[in-house]
Design a protein around this ligand. Structure first.
Ligand code: SF4
Length: 496
């Protein structure tokens, strides 16, 4: 077991002492990162590597030396020479070990500029805490840091040709904030070292720290014994409020007092207590259904977003649709027609997706999407990008009706929803025999991951299988919407 208190352990300790202790003493309890988390880590590394290209002839300590001992020694030698920009400079003080993303020597003025690179688009307190401990270790080790910069992704950057690292990053001088954060770090380090020396797990109750600044790795340990339908499953509302109830002994949704709560939460709580199957507000549901007309077009896009925009005209993290599914029904007596288009990884999908929607969506269609903000924004984005398709796309965007509305506003509610509004939770509650349980790809995160796997999958058969799974997922969404509409229409004509 390493004797160092690494920067990531230090950060873990700031979040929760128990998480710090578990990471060191019972690391097997920590689940492996999900493929989605791993993809996010990889993206962070890619952003870090891009930042390094701003400095010619920088020396990457992590590449030149493999063990921490070697890295510490090489760093010391290069720091003494003070001639080269260093990547991953490795320094320790009082057993705390940090690796600085970028250290630039400041020539005759002396000292170094410390740069921390993050793949987020704005400054966060947790980033400053992270840099503060690096600054503490470096300066206590006798290295003069005259300036500290935080580099984040410039969300206004628009790709034109190869990504230009000079304008891709937003650089912030955080020297003052970092110096102000030095107070108390010595005591903090001492305290964490004491925690780590303790033989038994610290007793820490679950609390808001479990989610802040990141979801804790040990939720499977500390949250395992909550009662079924715990108070934390109450939809919406600030988590602090739920902890307040929990600490008062209100542990389940059914026990929460309804007074003063928004309507949806009242409905969820009452459903738990009254055990009625489905609650329907007929006038409101009928009013919602009256907006629907034929031809009816249920639409769903799947998209990806990347820190490093892969195509010209894209900004960092801009959503790019790569798959569309539409179920179109021309009249109540006709069976819906299914149309879909998926564009292979590596190709800019926007034109092909825009074309298939523009050419197939009927004029004056009533367009329906579930949690429709994304579909609306994609339609607007594509209309702006391709003027030749703007008329049908804008018409579609303007007519979008959000099928989540009757559930979100409590016009209909089923206890089976458990307060959740995702289509995956709503469909099985209202459409008998239909769910997402049989699908390999069953949510948006998995879809994005499968799409990115297409980039590296060499086996053609496996590639085709991934594409089929993606299509099945998107198709299920629009098919499910059609079925949900029918289910709501039945509920809307029943007597209350
Ligand atoms: S789940 Fe919460 S209480 Fe448990 S270790 Fe993590 S932060 Fe601490």
């Amino acid at each position: 077991m390493s004797t160092y208190l690494s920067k990531s352990l230090f950060m873990k300790g700031l979040q929760c002492e128990k998480a710090l202790w578990l990471t060191k003493h019972e690391p097997d309890l920590k689940p492996l990162p999900s493929s989605f988390q791993q993809a996010r880590f990889d993206e962070g590394h890619a952003v870090g590597n891009l930042a390094k290209t701003c400095f010619e002839n920088g020396i990457d300590i992590a590449q030149k030396a493999s063990t921490f001992t070697q890295r510490l020694s090489l760093t010391q030698t290069l720091l003494s020479a003070a001639r080269s920009t260093l990547f991953e400079a490795t320094v320790s003080y009082m057993g705390v070990l940090v690796m600085a993303d970028i250290l630039i020597p400041n020539g005759y003025s002396g000292g170094w500029t410390l740069i921390e690179v993050k793949s987020a688009t704005s400054e966060k307190a947790v980033f400053l805490d992270d840099i503060a401990v690096q600054y503490w270790v470096l300066t206590r080790s006798g290295i003069r840091i005259s300036k500290v910069e935080l580099w984040v992704v410039n969300s206004n950057y628009e790709r034109k040709g190869p990504i230009d690292p000079v304008v891709f990053f937003k650089r912030m001088d955080v020297t003052q904030s970092i110096r102000q954060r030095q107070k108390g770090l010595y005591e903090q380090v001492q305290h964490f070292r004491t925690v780590l020396k303790t033989k038994t797990r610290p007793e820490v109750a679950i609390g808001p720290q479990c989610f802040s600044p990141y979801d804790c790795d040990f939720m499977n340990v500390c949250w395992a014994n909550l009662p079924e339908n715990s108070v934390f499953e109450l939809a919406g509302l600030h988590r602090d409020k739920k902890f307040e109830w929990f600490e008062k002994g209100i542990t389940t949704v059914a026990e929460v007092p309804t007074q003063g709560l928004p309507l949806f939460q009242q409905i969820q709580i009452n459903a738990e207590n009254e055990d009625h199957g489905v609650r329907v507000n007929q006038p409101e549901l009928q009013q919602f259904l009256a907006q629907l007309h034929y031809p009816l077009a249920c639409i769903d896009f799947e998209g990806f977003q990347m820190a490093l925009p892969p195509f010209d005209g894209l900004k960092p993290y801009q959503q790019v649709p790569f798959l569309v599914s539409m179920h179109i029904q021309h009249s109540p007596d006709e069976a819906p027609v299914h149309i879909e288009k998926m564009v292979s990884f590596g190709e800019d999908p926007r034109y092909l997706i825009a074309e298939v929607v523009a050419k197939n969506i009927p004029k004056n269609a009533c367009v329906v999407a579930y949690s429709a903000a994304y579909e609306k924004s994609v339609l607007h984005q594509l209309a702006q990008l391709f003027p030749q398709f703007s008329e049908p796309l804008l018409q579609a965007a303007q007519s979008v009706i959000d099928l989540m509305t009757p559930f979100q506003k409590g016009f209909v509610y089923s206890k089976k929803m458990r307060g959740k509004l995702s289509i995956k939770s709503v469909v099985p509650a209202f459409v008998e025999g239909l769910s997402y349980a049989d699908l390999v790809i069953a949510d948006g995160e998995m879809a994005v991951l499968a799409y990115s796997q297409l980039a590296t999958e060499a086996n053609e058969a496996q590639k085709k299988e991934l594409e089929r799974q993606l299509r099945d997922y998107c198709t299920r969404d629009t098919y499910a919407m059609m079925q949900l509409i029918q289910a709501l229409q039945k509920l809307g004509v029943q007597q209350p």
